[in-house]
Design a protein around this ligand. Structure first.
Ligand code: BES
Ligand code: MN
Ligand code: ZN
Length: 489
């Protein structure tokens, strides 16, 4: 895990403020009233905090606004960051305020003086999420050791929420690490090894190798990886925190560790971005980590299909007809529409083996979803209004954009093939919808299902509220909450 910041909650100790070495954050509402911690810092700095307020710097300020006093006289601290936040903020504003602090924490210790703010843990969550950096390949960057202490009223009462915070932060950071990791490092084998390590958290982790996948008949998944020297794998992660008789929720992720397009080769410009094409598998892995770390009282199984899509003398060709595990045949028109070929076999296997109460797949599936929704929302496709609504509600509560898209027979008809049961692409029109329709052909009658096309949100070129440029970890918080709402309430 790259530079995970530890987060601890302690009682307010005003006398510790003067000597604290590191960054100190104060939380001040737009009315400018200072709590005990802020008053102490103000006194020690001979009124510097009050001058910021008198100068009008916090007037009409919104959550996320921060005013920094660098190397303040009277304190050992390197900086005092004044975070603007209402006294009774909602959770998302609290995270935003925390994030504006987390972004500034570079190295060493940081102290958040939260006092009796009702959303203390949410402020800390924002800080910890935004403090993420991916630098294992920067030789000039030393190993950073960073810690966040939160001074607050009744720290022991924050511990339950704090456990969830740490679980979410670690899960999301794992997702980001996987998504940011280049494909020469994160091979299918390395990916599976990292998941196997999660057994130490109490997850059951199985790695299905190619011979096994062949026996299972996963022809469409295997055809994607057949041009690569890296072996294709399916990893099954089971979290059994619920009653033994309860069927699990299944999460299925597309794990294309690199997508060249295969024989239908992608253009060179921007191809390096396809190192994030395992984003769906990355989110599934991160959610499983979060659930295990917080000891979720629910049964959830995460399955990821790990393959590399490469051109070679052995690669699948346009025009090839492949048989899926379900038995349906697919005419591969475009080898760059590979994600659905991976997912359909893993989805079928998930239902066949686990008979799940619901199935959610995640994939960086189509460029078309970026055309449609940009980087603000993931595309949500579902055959079940109740499950879909529950997910959209969870995503909204966590501030993760999600927008429902249509499904329908007319779109499905676009997949008709002259020589096989279906083609792997529709046409130019409605590319994200026909991709989802393809997947729906592998959803059994009666399985509530959601497909999340995260091509636009998994990794971004400009920073978001809680993440720097690069992998966002989108979906870890929403899915964790969905599990909470649906299975643990
Ligand atoms: N991995 C890509 C989709 C993608 C594009 C993800 C941009 C992230 C950013 C997927 O495998 C793909 O190549 N899809 C094709 C489908 C087409 C051939 C029908 C696409 O979107 O162009
Ligand atoms: Mn592709
Ligand atoms: Zn792809």
């Amino acid at each position: 895990m790259s530079n995970l910041m530890t987060t601890s909650f302690t009682a307010v100790d005003l006398d510790a403020l003067a000597g604290f070495e590191g960054r100190i954050a104060l939380v001040v509402a737009s009315d400018g009233k200072l709590d005990a911690g802020a008053r102490r810092v103000n006194r020690l700095t001979k009124g510097a905090v009050a001058r910021v307020i008198e100068a009008g710097k916090l007037e009409d300020a919104k959550a996320g606004t921060v005013v920094t006093l660098n190397f303040p006289a009277g304190l050992a601290a390197t900086a005092v960051d004044i975070l603007c936040l209402d006294r009774r903020p909602n959770a998302l504003d609290a995270r935003k305020a925390g994030a504006s602090f987390g972004k500034l924490i570079d190295q060493g210790a940081a102290l958040l003086v939260a006092g009796s703010n009702a959303k203390t843990v949410q402020i800390a969550l924002g800080a910890a999420m935004r403090a993420y950096e991916f630098n294992p390949h920067k030789t000039s960057v030393d190993d950073k050791v960073r810690s966040l202490s939160v001074m607050c009223a009744k720290p022991e009462e924050q511990e339950t929420e704090a456990t969830t915070l740490r679980a979410i932060v670690e899960g999301a950071h794992m997702t980001r690490d996987l998504v940011n990791e280049p494909a020469n490092v994160l091979t299918t084998t390395e990916f599976a090894d990292r998941l196997k390590e999660m057994e130490s958290l109490g997850l059951e982790v199985e790695i299905l190798e190619e011979a096994e996948l062949e026996k299972l008949g996963m022809g469409t998944l295997l055809c994607v990886g057949q041009g690569s020297d890296s072996p294709s794998k399916v990893v099954v992660m089971q979290w059994k925190g619920g009653a033994s008789e309860d069927k699990p929720l299944a999460l299925v992720g597309k794990g294309v560790v690199f997508d060249t397009g295969g024989i239908s080769l992608k253009p060179g410009a921007g191809m390096e971005d396809m190192t994030m094409d395992m984003g769906g598998a990355g989110v599934v892995s991160g959610v499983m980590r979060t659930l295990a770390m917080r000891g979720a009282k629910a049964n959830v199984v995460g399955l990821v299909g790990l393959v590399e899509n490469m051109p070679s003398g052995n690669a699948v060709r346009p025009g090839d007809v492949i048989t899926s595990m379900k038995g349906d045949t697919v005419e591969v028109i475009n080898t760059d529409a590979e994600g659905r070929l991976v997912l359909c076999d893993v989805m079928w296997y998930a239902q066949d083996r686990f008979d799940p109460i619901g199935m959610i797949d995640l994939a960086t599936l189509t460029g078309a979803i970026i055309v449609g929704l940009g980087h603000e929302n993931a595309g949500v496709f579902s055959n079940d209004d109740d499950l879909c609504k529950a997910f959209l509600k969870a995503a909204e509560a966590e501030g993760e954009g999600a927008w429902r898209m249509p499904l329908g027979q007319a779109y499905d008809d676009m997949l008709k093939s002259r020589i096989a049961d279906m083609k792997n692409i529709g046409g130019r029109a409605a590319g994200s919808v026909t991709a989802a329709q393809f997947l729906q052909r592998f959803v059994k009658n009666g399985t509530p299902w959601i497909h999340l096309d995260i091509a636009g949100v998994a990794s971004v070129k400009s920073e978001t509220t809680l993440a720097p440029v690069g992998a966002t970890g989108w979906g870890v918080m929403a899915l964790n909450r969905l599990v909470q709402d649906m299975l643990e309430a």
